[in-house]
Write a protein that binds this ligand. Structure first.
Ligand SMILES: Cc1ncc(COP(=O)(O)O)c(C=O)c1O
Length: 358
């Protein structure tokens, strides 16, 4: 039950097929280093409609997904000048945290609770000025699932301004909210310091390998120069097919439909795991994963589920070091059909109840 994996059944409808057919039959070369102008326009339109974020298409960069986009961004921010310090949420999404370290940069953990990044825990004084960028998930914290309140958002922006630091907003899952209205993107409150890191992995499929960045105007030139050297990371055929699919409104329609499907599956998770003795289910306000806290028996539960054929992720792996201060399991509920999901959740509930001795 891979956290964050979407349901891709039904994706290949007529809009999807004809977008790919057109892109393959009339393949075009893309000469703009930042990506297909048509796709950048459609991404800006998508952000306007889905996130109420007004982005200038000239500031949109097509990337190979969130991780690939972060890797390119770090290279642009670094500009060949030594080692960057990047603040990452702790706990936070492990795969993104690995990107700066894989490129030889330094990461520092930023304290995060169930309401998201805690601005009171951000570095101060000289330590703050040493931080080059912070990577945050304000609309749907990973893994806790909380959203950053308006006052915390204001505090993070104020801190970044005074520290002279970039905010990298990982907007993963923001379209898939289950309760309440979506909160505004940090980038709509502060477009000067905030870079939006987006991906089509959760709303379409990770198999696409396509995402985007929205960068402040001063990074457009440096990005274009880097791309002139490194080339396009996403095949022109993929870019044109995604542009075509978006232009028909098919993604908006699919997201609306899938939100209902995911809401129903989220309700199934709450029904089956919401009252398991000895465990606490964290609120699931959005996204495609749930966190079930099982203090004191994380390893046994993960292993017990594995033996029953159900793969779940230990919560402690979301901390960068060994200082995890909560134990539990993280499980994706998006990708399996309703019956398979219910059967897997029933297994988890049984394994947890056995291990917690309740
Ligand atoms: C919070 C978060 N950010 C980013 C990603 C990765 O996106 P991509 O597959 O486009 O690299 C994921 C994938 O699950 C995620 O959970």
């Amino acid at each position: 039950m891979t956290p964050g994996a979407p349901d891709t059944s039904g994706l290949a409808n007529s809009a999807w097929r004809s977008a790919w057919r057109r892109a393959c039959v009339q393949p075009r070369r893309i000469t703009d280093p930042l990506g297909s102008p048509r796709l950048r326009h459609e991404i800006a339109e998508h952000l306007r409609q889905m996130r109420s974020l007004l982005a200038d298409p000239r500031h949109v960069v097509v990337t190979g997904g969130a991780r690939a986009g972060l890797a390119e961004l770090i290279q642009v921010l670094c500009d060949g000048s030594g080692c960057l310090t990047v603040g990452v949420e702790s706990p936070g999404y492990p795969s993104l945290r690995k990107v700066p370290t894989a490129l030889g940069h330094r990461i520092i953990g930023l304290p995060t609770d169930d309401q998201g990044l805690d601005p009171d825990g951000l570095p101060t004084g000289g330590d703050a000025r040493n931080v080059d960028a912070v990577l945050v998930t304000p609309s749907h914290q990973y893994p806790w699932g909380g959203s950053l309140s308006a006052s915390r958002r204001a505090a993070v922006i104020e801190w970044a301004e005074s520290a002279g630091c970039w905010i990298i907003e990982d907007d993963f899952d923001s379209e898939l909210r289950h309760v309440g209205a979506p909160l505004p993107a940090l980038a709509s409150l502060d477009a000067q310091h905030t870079i939006v890191l987006g991906t089509f992995s959760s709303v379409l499929t990770p198999a696409l390998g396509c995402g985007y960045l929205v960068v402040p105007p001063e990074l457009v030139g440096p990005f274009a120069r880097q791309r002139q050297a490194t080339g396009q990371p996403v095949a022109a055929i993929v870019q044109e097919a995604v542009a075509d699919y978006l232009s028909t409104g098919a993604l908006r329609r699919r997201t609306q439909r899938m939100r209902q499907v995911y809401r129903r599956r989220r309700d199934t998770v709450i029904d089956i795991l919401g009252s398991v003795p000895g465990a606490t289910l964290q609120p699931i306000d959005g996204g495609l994963h749930a966190v079930l806290r099982v203090d004191g028996c994380e390893e046994e539960v993960v292993e017990g589920c594995r033996r029953e054929g159900v793969g779940v992720t230990p919560l402690s792996t979301y901390w960068g070091s060994t200082d995890a201060d909560a134990a539990g399991i993280v499980l994706g509920f998006g990708s399996h059909d309703d019956d398979t999901l219910a059967a897997a959740l029933t297994t988890i509930a049984r394994v947890v109840a056995d291990r917690t001795g309740s």
